[in-house]
Design a protein around this ligand. Structure first.
Ligand SMILES: O=C(O)CCC(=O)C(=O)O
Length: 281
């Protein structure tokens, strides 16, 4: 079967949908077919071997150690679906948008963006705690991020950490620089709490994951990730961010914009060639 036809390995269950809305994050085990992961891997490897790969570590803990250069890198980039056919196909044509439609209980799904997120063995940078919504120029309740690893993930190699139930707190924290806790200038709200430093008052969800598993978290869920303390194992993943029926444009002060955000009407539906409807197909 062509990867463009392989369906999800199973349906999303009612229990998983309830867990997503109750906890703000859920791990869907054994759901993504290997053929789609192999296609995504082509796109990720292409970017890692290209000149456009970008090291977040150049701005993170490695630098404040006083080291001239980071020894291992946290590579991060966005919107690969716009330039790489494999990433585009994965974000638009794979079972992922349908999985999101089920979880968001939405009749349609728009693609907002993707991010490649790779932590090499020995990456010291943690991903600092943040919510995704303050980075997005949208509002609504049906907005989420899927995180699809290409390698088995353990705490030691850089698991995501989710603050259980934080999407219900009715709080929006200022966006930060992902590898630094410092908030972006001119953004609205309070600074995001640093649960790497202090987890006393929070229940943290953390999933050991295998290839074929993926997590989905709500755009208001506070989350971060550990560094990759392994000496040999890569942690390669792609986040794909989607919106459902009730999402509308809302320009947020201080957060970086995409070119089409200059043309949109606040309050309008998202459908645009740069924020396309990807489900139903
Ligand atoms: O992969 C990571 O380290 C962080 C992922 C994340 O925070 C996100 O995609 O929203």
């Amino acid at each position: 079967m062509s990867p463009l036809q392989a369906p999800a390995l199973r349906d999303v269950t009612a229990e998983e949908i309830n867990a997503f809305w109750r906890d703000g994050a859920v791990c869907l085990r054994g759901i993504m077919p290997e053929s789609w992961l192999a296609l995504l891997e082509e796109g990720v490897q292409r970017w890692l071997q290209s000149e456009s790969r970008f090291s977040l570590s150049d701005f993170g803990a490695s630098r404040s150690d006083g080291a001239a250069k980071p020894k291992a890198h946290f590579y991060g980039g966005t919107d690969h679906w716009k330039t790489d056919p494999a990433c585009r196909s994965f974000a638009c044509d794979s079972p992922l948008p349908g999985i999101v439609g089920a979880l968001l209980r939405s009749a349609k799904v728009n693609l907002y963006e993707d991010s490649i997120l790779v932590k090499e063995p020995g990456t010291v940078e943690k991903t600092m705690f943040h919510q995704d919504l303050p980075y997005f120029h949208v509002e609504g309740s049906q907005i989420c991020t899927t995180w699809v690893p290409l390698d088995p993930v353990r705490r030691e190699t850089g698991s995501l950490l989710f603050v259980k139930g934080s999407h219900t707190w009715k709080k929006m924290y200022r966006p930060n620089y992902f590898v630094q806790q410092e908030s972006m200038p001119d953004t609205e709200g309070e600074d995001a709490p640093d649960y790497h430093a202090n987890r006393k008052d929070a229940e943290i969800l953390c999933f050991d994951m295998e290839r074929g598993d993926l997590t989905v978290h709500h755009a208001l869920t506070l989350h971060g990730a550990l560094g990759n303390g392994s000496s040999t194992l890569m942690r390669r993943a792609m986040s794909v961010r989607y919106c459902g029926d009730d999402a509308r444009y809302r320009i947020r002060r201080g957060a970086s914009q995409k070119p089409h955000h200059a043309q949109i009407q606040p309050g309008s539906v998202l459908d645009h060639p740069d924020c396309p409807v990807v489900w139903p197909r």
